[in-house]
Design a protein around this ligand. Structure first.
Ligand SMILES: [Zn+2]
Length: 147
């Protein structure tokens, strides 16, 4: 039996059902659409616009500047289920990020440094604490164990 090449192994990650993340330069993301043609007007004037942001989840809108057609709109992370009437419906990426910073004993001060060094918009302490509350309601011992 032939072993899988490294490339084939890496592609396995594309088939995951769970959300998974990469850190992408916004310019690289916008460049993808520079040479993509609009299906309506056949011009290469598609522009990726960044809308609202909730923590690390950003709203993306793909718009054609020639015919003003909005091609798609999405967030960079799926939302999770509401766990109780007291919690919000957080984005998956925010729960994972807050969980990470709690696990490495970081807290919001570490989120600030992380965002500053990556030149990334900051997750507010309000959002951080809401997500912490959400994690605590899902896994009552986690926040205690992680901090
Ligand atoms: Zn168009």
């Amino acid at each position: 039996m032939q072993e899988k090449s490294v490339l084939e192994q890496e592609n396995v990650a594309d088939t995951y059902d769970e959300p998974s993340y990469i850190i992408v330069d916004k310019n690289a993301l916008c460049d993808i659409f520079k040479f993509t043609f609009c299906g309506i007007c056949n011009q290469s004037t598609l522009k990726l616009e960044f809308g609202h942001k909730y923590g690390f989840s950003h709203q993306l809108k793909l718009i054609c500047k020639t015919c003003s057609e909005q091609k798609m709109e999405c967030f960079t992370s799926p939302k999770l289920e509401k766990k109780s009437k007291n919690t919000s419906t957080p984005f998956d990426v925010n729960v994972r990020a807050v969980h990470t910073f709690l696990a490495i004993s970081g807290g919001h001060a570490s989120v600030e440094k992380f965002c500053m060094f990556l030149n990334m918009p900051l997750m507010s302490s309000k959002t951080f604490n809401e997500i912490k509350f959400y994690i605590n309601s899902c896994f009552p011992n986690c926040v205690e164990l992680c901090t």
